[in-house]
Design a protein around this ligand. Structure first.
Ligand code: 5AD
Ligand code: SF4
Length: 484
């Protein structure tokens, strides 16, 4: 459904009637109802109310935020980037504690704004809200918040927004889990030419440090037909690059009525005419199949990039992390991928300071970094997450012990990536032009198939197109180039 079809759908709804029981019809009913409330606000303010959706965390959250924005836009809000707005929603992350701390800090700043603007409403959603201790803290110390909901009922956003207009006090709706997937709700995309697509929700892996399975629930895959339809519609609207999203895309389809592998799904998506590039995130090394490597190798559209989180290079630590692969198995997998697809870029996530980790374990991680040759790596200091098995382990490592080890890993990652990224210098590459350069508006910024950024002179009219670019100079993690 495009925007006009959605607006038409809204006009056929009587917001004073009964709410339908089925989804997504029920949510369209509530969007129509919300629109009525917004019209009252418009009459009082003499303008459209503004709203700001702020995203913390990963690409899954970014995609969820586009869904929130889609509903707000359809209901009559004006989307802005400034948090000094009539409605602000924080889509939160809780994967590491510093993400939580940032939310509390920003929430404090909103308090003053709300005092000055009697129309202002504030909502919180996302992973952090699935933690009972967080809800307690917000109720106690941030009583000015109007709405809180979690990850499982995000599709109910319109219904909950209506409740903030019709009920007194804080509206709180948190579910423990769900097997429900609601299709066909509105989405307001950030980029016209590229889009994320959820292919699955949740995670069943229970890595011992990770809170995701507790806050995002069990793994559920979307039906392939729904995914294909969504992508086909997006392509018709001008999207040329998609990013398939899931916590562990390699186990896609296992729980479907008619099971299907991720590699098969990719083959189906490849057939969509007009689609130029396919990306995906994240791959768990234990589930990455030979079938997938073969499909990637033979594909014209799947990008030459694989994000393959290592977490640690020490088999002892990997076992304690419940990652279910050894250092040797990971290295063999990386070799196999590089042999099959020589121009691929591999990137990774690394955690330093897991309980019991010693300097020797970290040397094993550094050894893997050197052997694999990552184009980029995200390095994190271990963060203790309440409720995970690792949080209960006795041998937690102190900050002072972790810091020098973390610095050493980061330095190795940067040195290696610098060497690795420059291997394409002097060659030409196909680049998807994404935006005008942040620092110099005579330059454009684009992305190579392997995810490396390239900056080059050009006109903003080229945004969203694929261009052949000469990679003239490598500056660490990116290239300066020239359109041919
Ligand atoms: N502490 C530090 N990093 C973590 N990650 C997940 N949980 C934690 C934690 N408790 C990292 C992992 C994962 C990435 C998304 O976040 O490296 O791959
Ligand atoms: Fe967390 Fe592991 Fe699931 Fe990734 S695979 S979300 S690290 S539990």
């Amino acid at each position: 459904m495009n925007r006009n079809e959605m607006l038409e759908r809204l006009t056929s709804i009587d917001p004073a009637g009964q709410a339908p029981a089925n989804e997504p019809e029920r949510q369209y009913f509530y969007i129509a109802k919300l629109k009525k409330h917004v019209e009252t606000v418009i009459a009082e303010l003499g303008r459209k109310p503004t709203c700001c959706v702020t995203t913390f965390g990963c690409q899954m959250n970014s995609r969820d935020s586009e869904k929130l924005a889609g509903i707000l836009e359809l209901a009559g809000y004006e989307l802005i980037e400034d948090e000094n707005a009539d409605f602000v929603i924080f889509n939160t992350c809780t994967v590491r504690d510093n993400a939580n701390q940032r939310v509390y800090g920003r929430l404090g700043e909103l308090k003053g704004m709300k005092k000055r603007n009697p129309f202002m409403k504030i909502a919180l959603c996302g992973c952090m809200m699935q933690e009972p201790s967080v809800i307690e803290k917000i109720k106690k110390s941030y009583g000015f918040v109007d709405l809180i909901f979690g990850t499982h009922n995000i599709y109910k956003f319109a219904e909950l927004m209506v409740a903030t207009f019709e009920q007194k006090g804080m509206v709180i709706d948190i579910w423990q889990d769900t097997d429900k997937i609601v299709e066909d709700l509105p989405v307001e995309r950030k980029y016209p030419f590229k889009s994320g697509i959820n292919i699955m929700f949740g995670c069943n892996n229970f890595c011992s440090y990770c809170i995701v399975p507790y806050v995002r629930g069990r793994e559920r895959s979307r039906n392939p037909q729904d995914i294909i339809k969504e992508i086909t519609d997006l392509v018709a609207e001008g999207v040329v690059e998609i990013m398939l999203l899931g916590q562990n895309v390699n186990s896609y389809g296992k729980n479907l009525k008619e099971p299907m592998t991720f590699a098969r799904l990719l083959q189906e998506i490849e057939k969509i005419e007009g689609l130029k590039r396919i990306r995906f995130m994240t791959s768990h090394p234990k589930d990455l199949s030979d079938e997938l490597i073969e499909v990637m190798k033979n594909s014209k559209k799947i990008c030459r990039h694989l994000h393959l989180p290592l977490q640690s290079g020490s088999t002892r630590i990997l076992t304690a992390m419940n990652r279910r692969y050894t250092k040797e198995q990971y290295l063999a997998l990386a070799e196999k991928i590089k042999a099959a697809i020589p121009d691929i870029s591999i990137t990774t996530d690394i955690i330093v300071g897991f309980p019991g980790e010693t300097a020797e374990d970290v040397e094993e991680t550094i050894d893997v970094i050197k052997k694999v040759g990552y184009d980029n790596a995200f390095t994190f200091i271990y963060s203790k997450r309440t409720g995970t098995p690792a949080a209960a382990m006795e041998n937690q490592v102190s900050e002072e012990e972790v810091k020098p080890l973390f610095d050493k890993v980061l330095k190795t990652v940067q040195e290696m990536a610098r060497k690795r990224v420059q291997r394409f210098a002097g060659q030409t590459a196909e680049v998807l032009v994404e935006e005008v350069n942040d620092h110099d508006d005579s330059l454009l910024t684009g992305r190579m198939s392997n995810n490396t950024l390239v900056h080059f002179p050009g006109d903003a009219s080229l945004i969203g197109t694929l261009q052949t670019v000469k990679l003239k100079e490598c500056h660490g993690f990116y290239y300066m180039g020239e359109i041919l």
